[in-house]
Design a protein around this ligand. Structure first.
Ligand code: UD1
Ligand code: PEP
Length: 421
């Protein structure tokens, strides 16, 4: 077992290049099951989740070839399997995104319930409701889900909540369905737009991605494409907070600044200087940041995937800082770990009040999920002494070369074998 050790570090300085987005790469990899010709992907981040998704594709019959760093060639002309291996499904949430493409391509699919970050119950009822509306028959049995159909037929589908995964899964099922599908109250995240752009390159007829109504007119078959994954807005936000929390000066490169408006706004409210320069954004932190409040919401609201990192920042901001989590019902697991390091945080249901600024000290802490792990690195940068972060496999699911990127900015961080605490 490995752990990450972070020491109190100087103000971070320098430049960091952001990788392709995990949450765009995963649905796009699943969508590769729909294409019948060669697909070339670029800017694919080298992450644990991506490796697992590639293994899922191979298990289903796709040929996956690594052409170079971040470059993949995928061919799914001859799918041979409609069941996803349990041991792969179990490892991550996004594995369930193969269900829509498999239904569309094979007319049947069998999957166990997906694993992933423990941040709430994370049911998949909206996905299943969408598939049923398109004509699939679904059977649920002891955590195993089978879906089958003679053909999928377009339908109007209203989502009770703009779920990212359900929007993606239904879009992917609908691209080969007969007639028109309309998804209302669809998620509007940039990753949905990236998936739509990719599907269109394959030959799908999708319009409206990025708005709350997405229209899909089914086609008979999809071909091949060449596509570069969009930059990861959550990785960008994490490094922006790293610059702010250490009072540093960091140029974050390869960013679509439109995708990170709430992060920019909140950092500015705290007094940090944020300068947008084309595809780069420079963040200059200041001592004793002002009080800030955040409330997570579906895009374009403040991203839940940045909540833990901002709570890390709040431990160094003045006064009572409030974080409200509205997307997931149990996403404050990092708080207990922050408290081990001296943070003063009170939780009441979905709200947390972080009293700052606090002098933190290193401790042995556990990454309860991916962003919690990233947030522990951030507090480790400003805490006295050494912070030992355990269960770092969560971090590896979603951050490419994380220690190297931090080290290049002057952070004192290393990965070592853990003798367990
Ligand atoms: C791989 C990926 O892209 N993961 C992201 C995706 O997760 P994911 O696609 O799982 O998130 P959703 O948008 O679906 O979930 C949002 C909320 O809807 C609920 N829900 C969802 C589906 C469903 O069928 N029933 C239901 O009740 C969830 O429990 C949650 O409370 O969007 C989340 C919200 O931005 C991000 O935090 C994740 O990083
Ligand atoms: C919650 C996340 O990922 P997943 O949906 O893959 O668990 C995340 O990226 O923060």
């Amino acid at each position: 077992m490995e752990k990450i050790v972070v020491e109190k570090s100087p103000a971070l300085k320098g430049r960091v290049r952001i990788s392709g987005a995990k949450n765009a790469a995963l649905p796009i990899l699943a969508a590769c099951l729909l294409g019948t010709e060669d697909i070339y992907l670029e800017e694919v981040p080298e992450l644990q989740d991506v490796h697992i998704m590639c293994q899922v594709l191979e298990a289903l019959g796709s040929e996956v070839e690594v052409l170079g760093k971040g470059k993949l060639k995928i061919n799914s002309a001859h799918l041979k399997e409609y069941k996803t291996p349990f041991e792969l499904m179990n490892k991550m949430r996004a594995s369930f995104l193969v269900m829509g493409p498999l239904l569309a391509r094979m007319g049947k699919t069998e999957n166990s319930l997906p694993g992933g970050c423990s941040i709430g119950a994370r049911p998949i009822d909206y996905h299943l409701k969408g598939f049923r509306a398109l004509g699939a028959e679904i059977h649920e049995d002891l955590g195993n889900i089978t879906a089958s159909c003679d053909e999928l037929v377009g339908e109007k589908i209203y989502l009770d909540f703009p779920s990212v995964g359900a929007t993606e899964n239904i879009m992917m099922a609908a691209v080969l369905a007969k007639g028109e599908t309309v998804i209302d109250n669809a998620a509007k995240e940039p990753e949905i737009v990236d998936l739509s752009n990719f599907l269109r390159k394959l030959g799908a007829k999708v319009t409206g991605a990025g708005t709350s109504t997405i229209r899909i007119v089914g086609v008979d078959r999809l071909g091949g494409a060449r596509h570069a994954i969009i930059p990861d807005r959550i990785e960008a936000g994490t490094f922006m907070v790293a610059a702010a929390i250490t009072g540093g000066d960091v140029l974050v490169e390869n960013v679509i600044t439109n995708h990170i408006k709430p992060v920019i706004a909140k950092l500015k409210e705290s007094g940090a200087e944020v300068i947008e320069e084309g595809e780069n954004v420079r963040v200059i932190g200041r001592p004793l940041p002002e009080t800030i409040d955040i409330k997570t919401l579906p895009y374009p609201g403040f991203p839940t995937d940045m909540q833990a990192q901002f709570m890390a920042y709040m431990t160094q901001c003045k006064g009572s800082n409030v974080a409200i989590e509205t997307v997931f019902e149990n996403r404050f697991m990092h708080v207990e770990e922050f408290e081990k390091m001296g943070a003063d945080i009170k939780i009441d249901g979905r709200s947390a009040v972080v009293i700052g600024p606090k002098r933190l000290h290193g401790a042995h802490v556990h990454a309860s999920d991916l962003r919690a792990g990233a947030a522990l690195i951030l507090v480790g940068l400003v805490a006295e002494g050494k912070t030992h972060i355990h269960d770092i496999y969560h971090i590896d699911r979603g951050y490419e070369d994380i220690e190297e990127k931090f080290r290049n900015l002057g952070a004192v961080i290393s990965r070592v074998e853990s003798e367990e605490i």
